[in-house]
Design a protein around this ligand. Structure first.
Ligand SMILES: [Zn+2]
Ligand SMILES: [Zn+2]
Length: 422
């Protein structure tokens, strides 16, 4: 038997209802904040991700789904969406009016990763990008938006961690200070971290190994070595968030590996998820657009892993528990009524009703049982009497009361009952 691949999943209707609930909330929030949706292809030239994510990252060096197409081009399934959004931004010359571009995306991403709870090889992300402004207001707006999403969904115990990773002016200076410090502890660091000291010493700060972690705790802080511009920016972001009543916790070990990341880095954690507690990560990337397309445009964004967010919401019972029921179900009791019943069903659907038509035509008893289980509010019964009289019997599934309604009046009668209007 052929099964779904490891790290992929089928989302069946009851689960899809939860996804839709979450997606609807996300889209509403994006409208509130003035973001338009960008949908980029699921695959791109491999080079885009090599440049946009960085060849030294785990994502590019170990986790990408890269293949040759029949024209021998090297293509890659998108492992994240920022690089593609920036590619689209450049390709469509969004920068031409020198305004601010605010985009959000939501969809499948692909990484060859070890599957575990809340982690899949085909997974889903929602994210935003703000391109074209260096101002700290954009940083604050990103963070505020993510916090509003999680708070409105009902999650409590959120912690917003924030840091500044500096810029090409101040980071190299800090890098040297950090290296001098790390040299003293070289013997205590893991193998990976010793290698990181050469390429990317900042990454030692977020190593999960116990000894490295201890060394990192005593390391000099980047925020103490920021240039004036970065320091001012960092303070402004914090002041804006404080003004809106958003609490943040500074985390000097929140770093990002690549040169194009600048200034603000942030992460939102939801502690009850344990080891997988990070539900949102983001930051400023003022060097990325130039890395991909040669022109310099500041940018900032975040991404949210939707599987993990759903796990968090599920654990707090914050998701709908079943599929939404139809407004009405039809029960046909005589074959002679098939055509009239079918036409009535279509008429109701055209009037905006959701209708569960009778596709099995089993006994009345089993039809009512099934209707009750689905949570439908009314059942329209069509038997011989109703057919002759041009009526239907309308059964209220809650009170079990039944009434006779002329077929011609059914749409209006249901509108009164279901919408409370006449
Ligand atoms: Zn700086
Ligand atoms: Zn380490």
């Amino acid at each position: 038997m052929i099964k779904a691949l490891r790290g992929t999943q089928d989302i069946l209707p009851v689960a899809a209802e939860k996804w839709q609930f979450l997606e609807t909330r996300i889209r509403r929030l994006c409208r509130q904040y003035g973001f338009g949706e960008i949908r980029t292809p699921h695959f791109e030239q491999t080079e885009l991700f090599q440049r946009g994510i960085g060849e030294t990252t785990d994502v590019v060096s170990k986790e990408m789904y890269t293949f040759s197409d029949r024209g021998n081009r090297s293509l890659t399934l998108r492992p994240e969406n920022t690089a593609a959004a920036v590619r689209a931004y450049l390709e469509h010359k969004e920068y031409a009016d020198q305004g601010v571009t605010k985009w959000y995306y939501m969809g499948s991403m692909f990484r060859y990763d070890r599957p575990q709870a809340g982690r899949f090889r085909e997974f889903h992300q929602f994210g935003i990008e703000i391109l074209g402004t260096p101002l700290p207001q954009a940083d604050a707006e990103c963070i505020a938006m993510a916090v509003q999403l999680f708070t409105e969904l009902g999650l409590q115990d959120l912690t917003v961690y924030i840091n500044s990773v500096g810029c090409p002016v101040c980071r190299p200076r800090y890098r040297q200070v950090l290296l001098d410090y790390l040299q003293q502890y070289r013997g205590e660091l893991c193998e990976d971290c010793v290698a990181r000291m050469e390429k990317n010493p900042l990454r030692v700060l977020d190593c999960k190994q116990e000894h490295c972690h201890a060394v990192a705790l005593g390391a000099p802080r980047l925020t103490a070595h920021l240039c004036e511009e970065c320091a001012t920016h960092y303070q402004a972001v914090q002041a804006l968030l404080a003004a809106a009543g958003i609490e943040v916790t500074e985390d000097p070990r929140l770093v990002r590996g690549l040169d194009y990341y600048t200034k603000t880095a942030f992460e939102i954690q939801y502690a009850p998820l344990g080891a997988q507690s990070a539900i949102c990560g983001g930051g400023r990337y003022d060097g990325l657009v130039e890395e991909i397309g040669g022109i310099s445009v500041p940018g900032i964004g975040f991404a949210v892993g939707l599987e993990r967010l759903l796990l968090a919401l599920e654990s707090q019972q914050l998701l709908p528990e079943q599929e939404a029921a139809a407004d009405v179900a039809i029960a046909v009791q005589t074959e002679a009524a098939n055509e009239v019943a079918f036409a009535l069903g279509q008429q109701l659907r055209q009037a905006g009703r959701s209708v569960d038509t009778d596709l099995l035509q089993r006994s009345m008893k089993s039809r009512l049982k099934q209707a009750a289980k689905s949570g439908v509010k009314y059942v329209i019964i069509m038997g011989e009497t109703e057919l002759t009289e041009g009526t239907v019997t309308l059964r209220d599934m809650q009170s079990h009361a039944q009434e006779t309604v002329p077929q011609a009046a059914l749409t209006d009668v249901l509108a009164t009952k279901l919408d409370g209007r006449g």
